[in-house]
Design a protein around this ligand. Sequence first.
Ligand code: ADP
Ligand code: MG
Length: 252
Amino acid sequence: MSTNAILEVKNLAKAFAANKVLHHVNFEVKQGEIVGLLGPNGSGKSTLLNIISGFVGPDAGEIRLVGRSIAGMPTYRLVQEGMARTFQLPIMPQKMSVLEVAMAAATDAHGVFSTLFRTARDRAAERRALERARHLLDELLLTRVAHLPASAISGGQKKLLGIVCALMAEPRLLMLDEPTAGVHPNVRNDIVQALHRLNASGVTLVIVEHDMHFIRDACSRCIVLDQGEIVASCRPDELASNARVVQAYLGA
Ligand code: ADP
Ligand code: MG
């Protein structure tokens, strides 16, 4: 592996029945990068994220996180290894508040919702989780709605809460599936700023996004998926002049 790769994907393949969704997918993400993952609808971006994050098994190929093979590893183990992801369409529990949903994503606070037999360690973990949840809700502009039912907030706010939940585990690699789709344009810039701060604190980011303004403002490099293969890796400002990218989007 190259010395500072955090994520390496080699010859990854996946088919759903006769639908070959990914084949020969090869790419690498270095520590500290903010990589945009682009591609037309149906090109396999979410499937790729689902495989890397352990939600879907690959048919073939290799995935390494900081040099360690992780293909087929269950999601909870991947979270322990420092990987987290958000979802294109977040689903929130009906009866929990925004703050409770964030707290429930804490990995070190097993005693959060139990009132019996709590040890001093549980209480310390709970305090840490509460502090972290409050801090992250503030970072992602959700303090005002922290006590509302999570099911009652807007689609954009659910996206932000999804990011908060992913961050509760203190990941070093965070993958976001369309973080600004459905988010109010005023909030888009705040998300860019929050992701930059996160990146500056040492978190590597892989972001699936369609919004080219967002890509340009947020990403240091783009990789482009077309019909299940990576067809380009370039800076955001090089996308428009890349023939394979233009071909992917125009379907030529
Ligand atoms: P993207 O996120 O780039 O829009 P997806 O990864 O969602 O693309 O989908 C790529 C292809 O895989 C599509 O043809 C989609 O119908 C198919 N696909 C995705 N998930 C499944 C699944 N769980 N079962 C069957 N087909 C799927
Ligand atoms: Mg998708």
